[in-house]
Write a new protein. Structure first.
Length: 331
């Protein structure tokens, strides 16, 4: 029987656009208040892509840093996986565009649609090509320009999200390190609670869909909230059960940065100290597929992670989807 190889993250890169939009800026656009947004979500500000920036630009900037930090040349990359729900185009994929721009001439490329769970889905999907021995180096990216699919007249959604990108280079790591286990799931019964109704093959864009604003993201916030407060701790519990790792053996949890109240509720349910959850949603809001990677990159930069630490990553998002994994940090 063939044995599977251990894979792990060899380096991370992150990128956020320069432009900051504060809650006070939002007060000038929709009927909202800094106090409401902070109390209900924990978000203070978010980044907004420049007019000439699209998802592949953010992804490229993050990818270059991930290649640098892992000492990897673009030509060594065998596969590029980009998790996004805001690609530059329906086709070509962001991953194929990056293959050209990075000069990763030998890489296969595909995009992955798991919304805010995309980074964790991507780690598992991309990493398994290393586990089986098919590829040696895989670049996984979560990148979004959410500001382009938000309805800036809808206060229910536009205050929550931001733009950003995070990239990880995956490769083989020494025995006992890297990804220990993961748990991926979906609840398609809730496919209508986060949806962009028009612009796809069911309801192609017409003058009417534009007038109805139905090519923007629509959300049933309370239903997402109810799902998230169960799915986030549930996915962590499940991956701990699968891997036989106790919660007290975790050094950090890196959660999807959707809402502070969802994270606090997960901390309580799991009985895991709130201060061991990596947080940056106050500065970036919900950056969807980029969010977990962005928080992980920041934790690394701040020296919060050292070799041998057990780290759990957990996300949830449209679909609805959820995903968690546990890694023993490899460097
Ligand atoms: C969005 C969210 C914070 C709203 O909180 P909520 O408790 O569900 O609030 P409601 O939508 O019931 O609205 C409560 C009140 O606040 C108002 N409100 C909604 N958005 C507002 C805003 N941006 N500013 C000010 N008031 C707002 C509502 O109109 C409502 O007013 P009313 O009581 O006069 O009718 C919450 O539902 C949430 O976080 N859901 C999960 C969203 C998420 O994470 N999505 C991404 C998943 S990856």
């Amino acid at each position: 029987m063939k044995t599977l190889k251990n894979f792990g993250i060899l380096g991370i890169g992150t990128y956020v656009p320069e432009k900051i939009m504060t809650n006070s800026d939002l007060e000038k656009i929709v009927d909202t208040s800094d106090a409401w947004i902070q109390k209900m979500t924990g978000i203070k500000e978010r980044r907004i892509a420049a007019e000439n920036e699209a998802t592949s630009d953010l992804a490229y900037n993050a990818a270059v840093k991930a290649l640098e930090s892992s000492n990897t040349k673009a030509e060594e990359i065998d596969l590029i996986v980009v998790a996004t729900l805001t690609p530059d185009y329906f086709t070509p994929s962001v991953s194929a565009m990056l293959q050209k721009r990075l000069g990763a001439h030998h890489a296969a490329a595909f995009d992955l649609g798991a919304a805010c769970s995309g980074f964790v889905y991507g780690l598992e999907a991309g990493g398994n090509f290393i586990a089986t021995g098919m590829y040696k180096k895989v670049l996984v990216i979560g990148a979004e320009v959410f500001s382009r699919i938000l309805d800036w007249e809808d206060r229910n959604t536009c205050v929550l999200f931001g733009d950003g990108a995070a990239a990880a280079v995956l490769g083989e790591v020494e025995e006992g390190y890297g990804l220990i286990g993961s748990h991926l799931g979906a609840d398609g019964d809730l496919d209508d609670v986060l949806i962009i109704p028009a612009g796809g093959s069911r309801t192609p864009a017409t003058h009417e869909t534009i007038d109805n604003r139905s090519h923007y993201l629509k959300m049933k916030g309370q239903e997402v909230f109810k799902f998230a407060v169960k799915a986030m701790p549930g996915a962590v519990e499940k991956v701990l059960e699968n891997t036989g790792i106790g919660i007290d053996e975790l050094e950090l949890i890196v959660p999807h940065q959707a809402n502070m109240r969802i994270i606090s509720s997960a901390a309580k349910k799991l009985g895991f100290p709130a201060e061991k959850f990596v947080l940056n949603l106050d500065r970036y809001g919900n950056t969807s597929a980029a969010s977990v990677g962005l928080a992980l990159g920041e934790a690394l930069e701040k020296g919060m992670i050292k070799k041998g630490d057990n780290i759990a990553l957990v996300g949830f998002g449209a679909g609805l989807t959820y995903a968690s994994c546990v890694m023993k940090w490899a460097y």
